[in-house]
Design a protein. Structure first.
Length: 87
């Protein structure tokens, strides 16, 4: 479904991450998951893309920083997520 690449930064045991991935899965969206549980270069990449982010998940659709699970769910409730995914 998605024309834009979707990236989601997660940590092990994160319920909000599970919720966000479930929504994307239900919509049939392919996404790249980056586990930053142990830090490393993907955590640094996340912080470069969203300098004020301190929690996970952090979700990006193309170059658009969606935010976390709550923001993703809000886009879906408002009927805006499909358009953002389609570009």
């Amino acid at each position: 479904m998605s024309h834009h690449p979707v990236d989601i930064y997660t940590k092990f045991g994160c319920g909000f991450c599970v919720r966000a991935k479930r929504l994307l899965d239900e919509k049939g969206v392919d996404y790249s998951e980056h586990d930053i549980t142990m830090g490393g270069p993907k955590r640094e990449e996340m912080l470069e893309r969203a300098p004020t982010a301190r929690t996970v998940p952090q979700i990006f659709i193309g170059d658009t920083h969606v935010g976390g699970s709550d923001e993703l769910a809000a886009l879906e409730r408002e009927g805006k997520l499909d358009a953002l995914l389609a570009g």
